[in-house]
Ligand binder design. Structure first.
Ligand SMILES: NC(=O)c1ccc[n+]([C@@H]2O[C@H](COP(=O)([O-])OP(=O)(O)OC[C@H]3O[C@@H](n4cnc5c(N)ncnc54)[C@H](O)[C@@H]3O)[C@@H](O)[C@H]2O)c1
Length: 370
């Protein structure tokens, strides 16, 4: 009897029937603005608070997003106590992901946290444990997981198009793209550079495409050669803070999985390459290969080698649209009990791979991933 009562009380559809899902934003900087725009299109969501240590950012929450002064906080603990939101959306620098997520889960709130999930696997495990203990949904902001390119290739994989996927090569490369805002160049606040910041996106969707095999070993290296020096070369994001720059410019890694598959990744803020932005993975399977960027599948059909390219894949590949889809996935999971796309467990698997590559670079040899 007691059990059926608790099942009824836990039913999110009943809990949120006729009620808004009340979300507090923790970290009201650049990416929070994209999240806020996306929530604007969700009538079931109400933004109930903003938390930031920078008063200028709180002013934006008041002036642009219409929050009253009493909904603005410098400290998320105080906000959790006073506002009691249903969910928090954590958009702080990477070093400030774990603590607000754990506190929010312990206050009974669902949590969305921007990518990467945290600074290291130990922090990810704490976050997952807090979500499990409090029976709340924890999602990580990997929007490329919901990209139509990714979902189309996952569907082709599920239909058996590729057979055994043996090798995936990932690239997240900028020719000249060191962020000139935030703290992206500061290792102690971010955990690393381009590998943890942009490599993480393509790594997560490639890993999901592979069927999320278990990573068992990593090798790689990192180099810093330009980001920590002044530059007069023209580019779209000039004058980054080279004096506080302590992360890598280029990271190259290889992951070995339990099933024998291999993933390679190249990631850079500042590489001597032809184009400014290269963001892609390519895969080789026993029956077919593919390229994520153009959703092409390379296979054999009717005695011929055939390259298949769709004429239409969908309309959510634009940046803004993807934010809407990823946040909607979390909101639906919290309010309707639908499955999460990028869960805490997905975030942990990616973090173990990132951590393995950085450890290998530091130790100068292949390292195991547990
Ligand atoms: N999904 C994506 O494509 C994407 C894109 C950009 C950034 N991000 C992620 O979003 C996060 C934030 O990046 P951003 O570009 O918005 O950076 P940002 O510097 O513009 O914003 C971060 C905000 O957090 C605030 N902050 C810092 N410490 C805080 C604390 N202790 N309590 C409350 N607020 C605090 C800062 O004052 C700032 O306003 C990072 O984890 C980053 O990796 C994701």
């Amino acid at each position: 009897m007691a059990e059926s009562v608790s099942v009824k009380m836990d039913d999110p559809k009943k809990k949120f029937k006729g009620k808004k899902f009340r979300v507090a934003i923790i970290g009201c900087g650049g990416i929070a603005q994209a999240h806020l725009k996306a929530y604007q299109e969700m009538p079931e969501v109400e933004i109930v608070a903003g938390v930031d240590i920078n008063p200028e950012r709180l002013k934006v929450m008041e002036e642009t997003w219409g929050l009253p002064k009493k909904a603005l906080f410098k400290d998320w603990k105080e906000m959790l106590k006073k506002i009691k939101p249903d969910g928090v959306d954590v958009c702080t620098p990477n070093g400030v992901h774990c603590a607000p997520v754990v506190d929010a889960c312990n206050a009974g709130c669902h949590a969305m946290v921007e990518k990467p999930m945290a600074m290291n696997p130990a922090e990810c495990k704490k976050m997952i444990a807090a979500a499990k203990k409090n029976k709340v949904k924890l999602s990580v902001g990997f929007q490329q997981r919901y990209n139509d390119k990714t979902t189309a290739l996952i569907r082709a994989r599920d239909e058996g198009r590729f057979g055994n996927i043996m090798f995936v090569k990932c690239q997240a490369l900028r020719r000249r793209g060191v962020p000139n805002w935030g703290v992206f160049g500061q290792k102690e606040l971010q955990g690393g550079g381009p590998m943890i910041d942009i490599g993480v996106h393509i790594l997560e969707c490639a890993h999901a495409f592979m069927g999320s095999p278990k990573p068992v070993a990593a090798s790689g290296n990192i180099w810093t050669y330009m980001g920590d020096k002044p530059s007069t070369v023209r580019n779209a994001w000039p004058n980054w803070d080279y004096k506080t720059y302590t992360v890598e410019d280029l990271a190259i890694g290889q992951i070995r999985f339990e099933n024998g598959a291999i993933l390679q990744i190249e990631s850079s803020f500042i590489a001597h390459i032809e184009k400014n932005d290269v963001f892609n993975f390519t895969a080789m399977g026993e029956k077919a290969g593919c390229s994520w960027e153009d959703t092409a599948i390379y296979t054999d059909e009717n005695g011929l080698m055939v390259n298949m390219k769709p004429t239409y894949i969908g309309s959510t590949d634009a940046w803004g649209g993807l934010f809407r889809v990823k946040l909607q996935n979390w909101v639906d999971a919290c309010t309707k009990g639908t499955p999460l796309g990028a869960s805490g467990e997905a975030g942990l698997a990616v973090q173990k791979m990132l951590d393995g590559i950085y450890r290998s670079a530091a130790e100068g040899k292949e390292v195991t991933i547990d």
